[in-house]
Design a protein around this ligand. Structure first.
Ligand code: FES
Length: 90
């Protein structure tokens, strides 16, 4: 994935914006990245990747899947989440 590709697909936030936000704002929790154009507040797929970037001193060095793989994995994740049936009472 290059810096111009969407890391948070739900909110169209690219990797460059996330890295810049981390450098400037120095968030300590993934949830704080929601202030970066809503990153991570949709389906939740990107949160582990956002966390990876946050935990590195040099977030630009984090290797993420290529864009096509990333998009396909997200689609599968969303399909799986949508098919989870809520548990009904006892
Ligand atoms: S891809 Fe970021 S919340 Fe869905």
């Amino acid at each position: 994935m290059n810096d111009d590709e969407e890391l948070c697909v739900c909110f169209h936030v690219n990797r460059r914006k996330v890295i810049q936000y981390i450098r400037v704002e120095k968030p300590t929790r993934v949830s704080q990245l929601s202030e970066c154009f809503g990153a991570g507040t949709g389906c939740g797929w990107c949160r582990p990747f956002l966390k990876q970037l946050m935990e590195k001193e040099h977030p630009e060095s984090v290797q993420l899947p290529d864009s096509e793989t990333y998009q396909n994995q997200r689609r599968d994740y969303r399909d799986k989440v949508r098919n989870i049936k809520p548990r009904l009472g006892p």
